[in-house]
Design a protein around this ligand. Structure first.
Ligand code: ADP
Ligand code: MG
Ligand code: ZN
Length: 614
């Protein structure tokens, strides 16, 4: 229950309680009589007894009911009654008792009913005051960093051996650990140890993991905080948390401060909208101030991680701050095998499993994807009541991780299946017939995630750079599905929309970012800038005019147009092969590489893609 909800509930309960209390004070059967009514009762002889207490007259009637009458003080009861015209005999008939009005019981009886609500109110006010004070002290705690100190002993300990690949990053960080363990060695030689290390790498490349491994390796306190934790609802909290974090660190130096996802606070200043932007700016400024504030060799090392180094404020990257920058590359073939091996620990694998061939089939997977893959395979094996994970589980999991779960229930009707089959055959054939494309690995018309069908091509080797010609072929392959639908049905379904989106993005990047258009030359057009509140890449700093915008559009059109024409020409030329593949897909739903090559019956245009025959 959130504190607010709890307060509201408490308040409601209090009000109900007051109501009940007030109602019970005004107790039922005693009614008040006015003097005339009282006089009438005496006159008719209904009154059994009368007790006078100061200005209150308690009357008991013959039928047993009770009533109170108020009279002026200083006026006697008989005076009052004769004034309203009651006969003297009638008064005499009734026993009248006069009681001392100053008795403690009387006062208690008179005052308590009035006092009770006041007491209640005071009680409630006191209660709420206490609550508010409690909240205040919690607000005070906002200013504290709340950084978690990672325990270095115990089971969850992570060391460098738990991180595969990312060799340079590990070396760099091993050096840092070395310094923290024996600073003297470095200081004696006059070496200055970096204050800040920035880990940069795509999502899931193991930045957080590596930082935790540093914590496990180094025998020093390790403060872990995420960038977003600095930013709270209240202005100034972030800055004070930074202050607190560094104050704590200075007390425990040598130590490591780890700020994960630093882009949450470290974005370029002066580019935001609205209030929280000021807050980030203050937080960032405070980080800069603190990093300047301690001497290089006192043994505090700040490690930060981000997957958006491009949006970081340049001030963070200046010498003396995060001047060591470590890039975590996406894992290559060997790294992938090693990462798979790490995550295969504790999972019994069947004899047929070779992690190498799994690694070969997962180019572009990040460490997190691979960890996920192993886990999915184990789940799959468990669901099939196997005692070991077999290769099929692992292969099936690749596609699950890549494209989302199979949706066998997402049934297509016969027409839709035909269109999907032709569409996928189009992609596959174009890829098969282009000289630089990656080999077709698998085609399927089983829905997965949001795709109706899919064609998987796998690069033979990891590549870091790509040529313009390869991108042109990518475009052609992407439009292969669209072209096939158009050529074979002369109509288009919505199935091609994500292909088009991807193709457009590639074409735009070729023209505006990678200098791959002769017309526009080697220039970057439109520095893309993030607007935190508007989402990614919505805002583009247009640094070119209308004329250029038109040229860019023309160039993108030309690239897409050429790709489409090429794809269509290829498919029409090999019309029979497209039909064969589509028919095979209709029948078998999925074609693996060998089956596809057999059905096509034409050797791949890229000789490297030929099947290895042994
Ligand atoms: P990020 O770079 O986004 O911080 P993480 O460090 O959180 O990525 O990685 C997520 C998970 O992926 C890790 O917990 C780990 O299981 C796995 N992983 C990522 N990279 C590696 C790696 N190099 N070696 C082993 N496991 C890795
Ligand atoms: Mg992370
Ligand atoms: Zn497609």
């Amino acid at each position: 229950m959130s504190p607010t909800v709890r307060n509201i509930l408490l308040f409601a309960t209090a009000i109900v309680l007051i109501g009940v209390a007030l109602a019970s004070i005004d107790v039922g059967s005693v009614k008040t009589l006015d003097v005339t009514a009282f006089a009438r009762e005496i006159q008719t002889g209904n009154v059994a007894s009368i007790v006078v207490r100061g200005s209150t007259v308690d009357v008991e009637l013959k039928d047993g009911s009770k009533a109170t009458v108020r009279k002026e003080t200083g006026e006697t009861l008989s005076e009052l009654l004769s004034n309203v015209g009651v006969d003297a005999e009638r008064i005499r008939d009734v026993p009248i008792e006069v009681k001392d009005a100053s008795g403690a019981a009387y006062w208690a009886g008179a005052i308590l009913p009035n006092l009770l609500p006041i007491l209640l109110l005071v009680g409630i006010m006191w209660f709420f005051l206490r609550q508010i004070q409690g909240q205040n002290s919690r607000t005070m705690m906002f200013g504290q960093s709340g950084a978690r100190e990672i325990q270095k002993d115990g089971k969850g300990k992570i060391t460098f051996t738990d991180v595969a690949g990312v060799k340079e990053a590990k070396e760099e960080l091993a050096e840092i650990v070395e310094f923290l363990k024996s600073p003297g060695k470095f200081v004696d030689l006059g070496a200055k140890i970096p204050k800040g290390v920035l880990l940069m790498g795509g999502p899931g490349t193991g930045k957080t993991l590596l930082a935790r491994a540093v914590a496990g390796e180094a025998d020093v306190p390790f403060f872990h905080m995420s960038g977003s934790e600095f930013v709270e609802m209240f202005v100034g909290v972030g800055a004070s948390r930074v202050r607190d974090l560094f104050a704590k660190a200075k007390k425990t130096a040598p130590c490591i401060i780890f700020i994960d996802e630093i882009d949450a606070v470290g974005r370029q200043r002066g580019s935001g909208l609205g209030g929280s932007h000021d807050e980030r700016e203050q937080t960032l400024n405070q980080i800069l101030v603190e990093m300047d504030g301690f001497e290089p060799n006192i043994g505090i090392i700040v490690i930060a991680a981000t997957n958006r180094p491009d949006v970081l404020d340049p001030a963070l990257l200046r010498p003396g701050r995060f001047d060591r920058r470590v890039v975590l590359d996406p894992p290559d073939l060997n790294d992938r095998e090693a990462i798979l091996a790490i995550h295969a620990k504790g999972k019994p694998l069947a004899k047929d499993v070779t992690l190498r061939s799994l690694a070969e089939r997962t180019p572009g997977f990040s460490g997190a994807d691979l960890a996920n893959l192993m886990n999915e395979a184990a789940i799959l094996a468990a669901r099939k009541d196997r005692k070991e994970v077999i290769m099929t589980d692992l292969f099936d999991s690749i596609e699950k991780v890549m494209l989302g779960p199979e949706r066998r229930s997402h049934l297509l009707n016969e027409d839709e299946r035909r269109v999907t089959a032709v569409h996928e055959a189009g992609h596959a054939l174009v890829a098969h017939l282009l000289p630089h494309a990656d080999p077709v690995h698998k085609i399927s018309i089983i829905s997965r995630g949001r795709a109706a069908g899919y064609t998987i091509k796998l690069p033979i080797e990891d590549r870091k750079m790509r040529r313009r010609g390869e991108y042109l072929e990518d475009l052609t392959v992407l439009l292969g599905g669209f072209a096939a639908e158009k050529a074979f049905f002369d109509d288009i379904t919505t199935g091609a929309s994500s292909d088009m989106k991807q193709a457009t993005r590639i074409a735009r990047s070729m023209v505006t970012q990678w200098g791959m258009s002769d017309l526009l030359g080697p220039r970057v057009y439109g520095e893309q800038e993030d607007m935190i509140f508007l989402g990614r890449e919505i805002h583009e700093n247009r640094d070119y005019g209308e004329e250029t915008a038109k040229k860019i559009d023309t160039e993108i059109d030309a690239l897409i147009g050429k790709a489409l024409a090429d794809a269509k020409a290829l498919l029409l030329e090999h019309r029979a092969a497209v039909e064969r593949v589509a028919d095979a897909l209709m029948e078998k739903e999925t074609l693996e590489r060998d089956a596809f090559y057999a059905v096509v019956g034409i050797p791949p245009a890229n000789p490297k893609n030929a099947l290895q025959t042994s």
